[in-house]
Design a protein around this ligand. Sequence first.
Ligand code: SAH
Length: 247
Amino acid sequence: MINMEDTSLGQPLFSAIVLTLFPEMFPGPLGQSLAGKALEKNIWSLKTLQIRDFATDKHKTVDDKPFGGGTGMVMKPDVIDSAIEHAKTLITEKPTIIYPSPRGVPLTQDLVEKLKNEQLIILCGRFEGVDQRVIDHHDMLEVSLGDFVLSGGEIVAMAIMDACVRLLPGVISKSSALSQESFASASEFARLLEYPHYTRPSFWNGKSVPEALLSGNHAEIEAWRLEQAKMVTRARRPDLIYKKKED
Ligand code: SAH
């Protein structure tokens, strides 16, 4: 019998080309553990392009002063455009081009579910960001990791890829492990934060494991977990429950 979960696949299921001034940062954490093994097995593929290689002057300039004044530098549209056009020649399907930006749509599990089936080109901004015209010209999807400012898009690119890769078949061995996770879209646990976990020893530091989990009664355990998931979501992220009703 063929064990699908252990079979390496000829064609990657998910691929990303990352445009960056720091290609040596990759694969970084994605070369380890689940994502790293999946990369070795060619379940997904990762390529980086050095943005500076697409600069045309002898100083290899990638940024310039902002029109209108102000501090910081802006990445040049002509250089970014050449890098994107080159990346497009390396893939077969129409890519989704992502620009990580604090102004973007939040990275949610729903968005990850869509992106995992795409061929991505991810443009990592640095300095103050990228000239708006090239973002518009390529109809880039601006994606935010949250309401804070990082110094570059590389960590965002890694977060997006990691979230996508762990959903691919053969990456996490028990797919049921995914369905009850925080934000998972399937099952009655949909869009709830996850219930708490416990492992041995059953008595530690003066504290026992909740009774229901020791009962061996599957229905009772499920009911307890669902109740806990609802409680923690109500307390910490009531916005998720509101969102669920709207769906
Ligand atoms: N001047 C910008 C911040 C630039 S930070 C502003 O105030 O919005 C430099 C780069 O880091 C950005 O171009 C973007 O690619 C990335 N970045 C920083 N914070 C981010 C976030 N929260 N989400 C996604 N990308 C982010």
